[in-house]
Design a protein. Structure first.
Lengths: 152, 158
């Protein structure tokens, strides 16, 4: 049976009080950080998540997308992004499923003047009277893979 | 005898002796110390946004743009500029960081002067220039300032 695609479904993840949205279709699963094994982490990653038949490197990002080597205490979860050859994880403080339509949230394109090559952010939205950032899963994966290449 | 045309304009002070003007209809509102939100992974001259009438507007800092680095100025006056890429396109709004409140002035055709080569506003960013209080004041094209073409050029320059 074909999967039902709902473009309004997003996963909201929080990094240091900043909200990021990624399409639910781009997320493999949400896991808890207690399941991350920190031994022999590949370049740039903080550890591995073993599950669903895959070994997934897990990364810890600051709110400006830079790499953190020490995991802040608030990071309790990780989202696994769909990627080849294996899913890639990002730790986060909070995570939630959000239906943009039901929450009456409107996406706005990132203005031209704010675009920078390599930025994972493609859109913005107003969420709880603050600005939240919208990223495509593929852009986040590309960003994480660039860390892996740099640290090889 | 040909009649001299007079137009209203806003004189904009961006700080650090950087001035320009725009048409009176191109500045919608001025906000004093609005809440700005930083957006990561953005150019240093346009790294924040504000919420204006349920829309998210970029805030462009012209001084930082021309200085080539982030310049933090004390006053936070944001002009809400209006621009249109062409007459058939919808109107867009954007924030422009100013050092002071814009001044409403009258400009006549007699005040026309050439763009000075020693200031940063050049064509096509400046569409014309006039003399005001012994200074050459460029007239800004906001549409070009916020256009993809101009911003792509900045990435290549940085």
């Amino acid at each position: 049976m074909a999967e039902i695609h709902n473009p309004h479904l997003y996963v909201l993840f929080v990094l240091d009080g900043n909200s990021f949205f990624v399409p639910q279709d781009d997320v493999d699963s949400v896991e808890i950080i207690a399941d991350v094994q920190k031994e022999n982490a590949p370049g740039g990653a903080i550890g591995w998540f073993f599950g669903h038949g895959d070994e997934s490197p897990v990364f810890c990002l600051a709110e400006n997308f830079s790499l953190l080597s020490d995991v802040p205490k608030k990071r309790e979860y990780l989202i696994l992004l769909k990627a080849e050859p294996q899913p890639l994880g990002i730790t986060c403080d909070e995570v939630e499923n959000i239906n943009l339509n039901k929450e009456h949230l409107d996406l706005q394109e990132l203005p031209f003047a704010m675009k920078k090559p390599g930025s994972p952010i493609s859109q913005l939205l107003i969420y709880q009277e603050k600005i939240a950032y919208v990223c495509k899963g593929s852009a986040l994966v590309k960003h994480l893979q660039s860390f892996m290449e740099q640290n090889q | 005898m040909e009649e001299t045309k007079t137009s209203r304009a806003w004189l904009l002070d961006f700080g650090r002796n950087l001035q320009a003007a725009c048409g009176h209809h191109e500045m919608w509102q001025v906000l004093i110390s609005p809440t700005l939100f930083s957006v990561p992974y953005t150019p240093f001259y346009c790294d924040s946004v504000l919420i204006f009438q349920d829309n998210i507007l970029p805030v462009l800092d012209i001084v930082s743009l021309f200085e080539g680095q982030k310049i933090v100025q004390e006053n936070r006056v944001i002009g809400i500029a209006i621009y249109q890429e062409n007459p058939n396109e919808p109107i867009h709004y954007a924030g422009v960081q100013l050092a002071d409140m814009p001044r409403s002035i009258f400009v006549t055709d007699d005040q026309f002067c050439e763009l000075s080569a020693d200031q940063p506003f050049q064509e096509p960013l400046a569409i014309s220039c006039f003399s005001h209080e012994n200074q050459a004041i460029p007239i800004l094209d906001f549409a070009y300032l916020f256009l993809e073409e101009f911003n792509t050029l900045q990435h290549q320059r940085i």
